[in-house]
Design a protein around this ligand. Structure first.
Ligand code: NAD
Ligand code: IPM
Ligand code: MN
Length: 352
């Protein structure tokens, strides 16, 4: 049987620190033939600029295209902020080249995490942001930056809106059957366009409740009434902003994974946060976002709910014991959290 192929892109600043943690957990859950895979670690982002001059070298793209799944930690940082082609451009390019139009960013406040949430009412929160990832203002042309004038273009085609909308409704069917479109349809033409198309598709999902909400009000409700949401469907930039806000109500941005999907080909799994240059090199980055990204990969690309359960149970046990990094108010290191998770996985296996 051919081994599954996984490409790992560690990237920059805390990227390599948390990637090491994620790969260690993957190795442990996979050991003794439980999950056989071949790993390809290739340069991406600033690290690739330093080696080759390009944030997404051809060999890196090929490795990703030939893989069954891609793991990415984080890229970017002050070292390359003035590069001709920045690490961030490589990130947009890989999303586009792999056609990863649907970015799924979960917000779940697990029982074990309640104590870290800044929200006071303690009610369970479980929603997911479905962010359009390969179009909108991130990619629209014309784009111009002059001394006295600058221009960005937000543009969407009908097909782009239709495919991400279907992803959101299909996902809602497996959840609480409720989709909320978040937009700025009181002002923007692109948002009016989304509303028209999404309302049309909603009619073909009579079993799924559908409503819409302006983005300013949505940002307030994510804090005041997050229980109202199940699936938030939104365009690229709004999804970027709202997902960092949503992450923070769980206690820390450093714990949230994501997956990016196309209609075929490998999916990409990555934390939603960046390379955290402010804490890089100190050994205190929260590894949970990356470890959960590994779990998401095992669930979605490889159908290994058994291994996912081991990882999730171990993460919650370690969080409950307050073995956490400073972003969650603790004083454990990246390695201590990772090793505690690994020890818990091994113990639970031995007790079976
Ligand atoms: P950031 O997400 O890197 O950091 C924001 C804050 O959250 C910082 O205080 C950081 O210390 C903290 N944080 C993030 N992840 C953490 C973790 N795992 N553990 C503990 N604390 C964590 O955002 P930024 O500082 O605005 O961006 C830094 C660089 O990352 C920029 O170059 C940006 O473009 C890039 N970026 C990359 C990605 C990606 O690779 N997907 C995503 C977002 C930002
Ligand atoms: C993210 C990041 C990226 C984005 C940046 C680094 C281009 O913030 O993945 O959320 O805006 O999509
Ligand atoms: Mn972001």
């Amino acid at each position: 049987k051919k081994k599954v192929q996984i490409t790992a892109l560690a990237g920059d600043y805390i990227g390599p620190e948390i990637m090491a943690a994620g790969l260690k957990v993957l190795e442990v859950v996979g050991e003794n033939g439980r999950f056989d895979y071949e790993l390809h670690e290739v340069p991406f982002g600033g690290a690739a600029i330093d080696q080759t001059g390009e944030p997404l070298p051809q060999e890196t793209l090929s490795a990703c295209q030939q893989s069954d799944a891609v793991l990415l930690a984080a890229i970017g940082g002050p070292k390359w902020d003035h590069a001709v082609k920045r690490p961030e451009a490589g990130l947009l390019e890989i999303r586009k080249k792999l056609n990863l139009f649907a970015n799924i960013r979960p917000t779940v406040i697990e029982e074990a995490m309640q104590q870290y949430s800044p929200l006071k009412n303690g009610k369970p929160v479980n929603f997911v942001i479905v962010r359009e990832l390969t179009s909108g203002i991130y990619f629209g042309t014309p784009r111009q930056l002059d001394e006295n004038y600058a221009l960005d273009t937000m543009r969407y085609t009908k097909e782009e809106v239709q495919r991400i909308t279907r992803s959101a409704f299909e996902l809602a069917r497996k959840r609480k059957k409720h989709v909320t479109l978040v937009d700025k349809a009181n002002v923007l033409a692109t948002s009016k366009f989304w509303r028209r198309i999404v309302a049309e598709i909603a009619l073909t999902y009579p079993d799924v409740a559908y409503d819409a909400c302006y983005v300013d009000a949505a940002s307030m409700k994510i804090i005041s009434a997050p229980q109202q949401f199940d699936v938030i469907l939104t365009e690229n930039l709004f999804g970027d902003i709202l997902s960092d806000e949503a992450a923070e109500i769980t206690g820390s941005l450093g714990t949230i994974p994501s997956m990016s999907l196309g209609s075929s080909g490998p999916a990409l799994y990555e934390p939603i946060h960046g390379s955290a240059p402010d804490i890089a090199g100190k050994g205190i980055a929260d590894p949970i976002s990356m470890i959960r990204s590994v779990a998401m990969m095992l669930a979605n690309s490889f159908d290994r709910a058994d291994l996912v359960a081991q990882i999730t149970t171990a993460i919650n046990a370690v969080i409950s014991k307050q073995i956490v990094t400073p972003d969650l108010g603790g004083n454990a290191s990246t390695t201590e959290v990772t090793d505690a998770i690994i020890t818990t996985i091994k113990e639970s296996r031995n007790s079976k």
